[in-house]
Design a protein around this ligand. Sequence first.
Ligand code: KE4
Length: 423
Amino acid sequence: MERTKSKKAFEEAIKYIPGGVNSPVRALKAVGETPLFIDHAADNKIYDIDGNSFTDYCLSWGVFLLGHAHPKVNKAVVEAVGRGTSYGIPSLQETELAKLVNTCFPTMQRVRFVNSGTEATMSAIRLARGYTGRNYIVKFEGHYHGHADHLLVSAGSGVARLGKSSSAGVPESFVSQTIVVPYNDTVALEQLFKEKGNEIAAIILEPVAANMGVVPPQEGYLKFLRELTLQYHSLLIFDEVITGFRLSVGGAQKLYGIEPDLTTIGKIVGGGFPAAAFGGKAEIMQMLAPDGPVYQAGTLSGNPIAMSAGIATLSELMQAGFYDKLNAKVDKFESELREAILNKGMVLNRVGPMFTLFFKEGKVENFSDVRQTDQERFARFFRYMFSKGIYVSPSQFESNFISIKHTEEDLSRFVDLTRQFEK
Ligand code: KE4
């Protein structure tokens, strides 16, 4: 595969950008490759500057449920740009997207837009602390909620790969009130709440973990978390930056029938533009400035371009039958892939249109299971698929994503190539 231009571009990028990338996981360090430089993308494919094309299962880390460069999203954005790209003053598009979010997520009675998932979770936690007057936050091993200092503790995604319990540059005092517990475990959590429950502001979790690879909640676990937090008057925060609008039009909370107090969303809601949001019960959200004492702000928050992209995106995925069509495709893919990996030392975890192939025997139900995976073998699998024109998410600690634009042929080819993979 010709990669000369990307390699040259990477050498040039490294001279100006740390690691040559603007986000660590893009560097492909985990899989022993150098990054692609993309020329353009459309639907289910990305095209690099050397003229190679790849079927894309990373989709800009889960943004493109509709596929890249959706014509209706592009049209909305082009029209919006002509009216100016930011006002720093309210626009109708902000209320329009907030109403669509509220329609999809009825628990989000009030919505505040921000520019990234990190901002959303950081703000939601500040709000939870402000509302409850408590300081402790509980998160789970291997769950990733962005790179705010107090959340970079035993996180998943890129940090999991680094094997650090927290990032350099984060003083111990910043994480001293962040408690990390094992995922899918009830005993540790019950014990913790017995000891500190009335000091805990909130539990935050990915309702279906994706940043350690896809690891679903065990039967009844989300209900257990909801009951435990109600019992101790702590808040339950669902970080649906990945699961939101993906597992259903109302994310994981609709799929599993659990009502969190606060929710964060991102990726899909911005339609490929920097937009995310946090929201929840009106009585909690009204604690936010300018009405309440919890400060939160942002120059470009709710900008009309991202709002227009989000409105066009949600209008598409809210169409009747969208998820039935998507999930029917993925159901067939799952059953064929399960057959293909029999006796190959691989575990498939799948929820909705997201999935991870783990390179180990047995099961993967928590972070310690994930840590037992053979990451070198995963890296060989990545490079094998890469050589065949398939771009899987470049880390064992990530999810793969299927868009509405992935074809049955794409999925069958993924299955066939996985079946043939031996090394
Ligand atoms: P951002 O700040 O990257 O927009 O969102 C942070 C975030 C929050 N919550 C969840 C559940 C997330 O998955 C993320 C970001 N996801 C990673 C990939 N797993 C983004 C990719 C990257 O870091 O480059």
